[in-house]
Write a protein that binds this ligand. Structure first.
Ligand code: HEC
Length: 191
């Protein structure tokens, strides 16, 4: 993990910020075959700001863009998630991540912007390519769907060890959850 970040940082420092980023990443030791894997999916989840509405854990809830549904409780399968992300949800705050989703009626639900009027789903901060949508749908299915309450290990996995964002969960686990397991309170930092 660290090594890869370091390699990426080095690549960026080497002066290739911008157009070539994706290629650089591949050139710098990203094992072939992780394309569309969980790592890429997570990157898209963050970059496309799914987490801005659905939260890092996918649990959703109120926020800007309305009440984002829980991706942990979703009943949708991979294919339906791809469609939802590509086309958004007409009449809701779920954006369409395919740029030309409603330009012609052969893309999304047989509908165009004209048909939908005010109910066209909002535009996202960034549009995604089909392979990115695949990857993020994969991520939802493998990492979020069907998972119960968000846990501390999950949080640390998402943000990285030692991330302060997860302190809230840490406190929950130490105070509320830990009836049977006394938590080591002396040293704050393990290793
Ligand atoms: C601007 C806020 C916003 C962003 C950004 C956003 N969503 Fe949503 N999403 C919503 C809302 C609101 C809904 C609920 C739509 C409804 O009421 O049917 C939703 C619904 C969904 C659903 C349907 C869940 C179900 O069980 O029906 C999926 C899947 C989904 N979003 C995935 C994503 C993914 C993946 C991303 C990032 C690529 C993303 N969303 C980005 C707001 C957002």
């Amino acid at each position: 993990m660290k090594a890869r970040h370091y390699a990426l940082a080095a690549a960026l420092l080497a002066g290739s910020i911008g157009a070539g980023t994706a290629t650089m990443r591949l050139a710098h030791g990203q094992p072939a075959g992780t394309k569309g894997g969980a790592d890429e999916g997570k990157r898209v989840f963050m970059r496309a700001n799914c987490m801005g509405c659905h939260k890092w854990h996918g649990g959703g809830g109120g926020g800007y863009g309305g009440d984002a549904l829980s991706l942990r409780n979703t009943q949708l399968d991979q294919e339906q998630i791809v469609e939802t992300v590509s086309c958004g949800r007409p009449g809701t705050g779920m954006p369409h991540f395919t740029r030309d989703a409603y330009d012609q009626n052969d893309r999304c639900f047989g509908l165009t912007k004209k048909d939908l009027g005010d109910n066209v789903p909002p535009e996202p901060q960034i549009f995604l390519r089909p392979n990115e949508i695949e990857a993020v749908a994969n991520y939802v299915v493998t990492h979020l769907k069907g998972k119960g309450e968000p846990t501390l290990p999950e949080c640390l996995d998402f943000f990285g060890e030692g991330s302060r964002v997860c302190n809230v969960l840490k406190m929950n686990e130490e105070s509320g959850g830990g009836a049977q397991a006394p938590s080591p309170s002396g040293q704050g930092h393990g290793g």
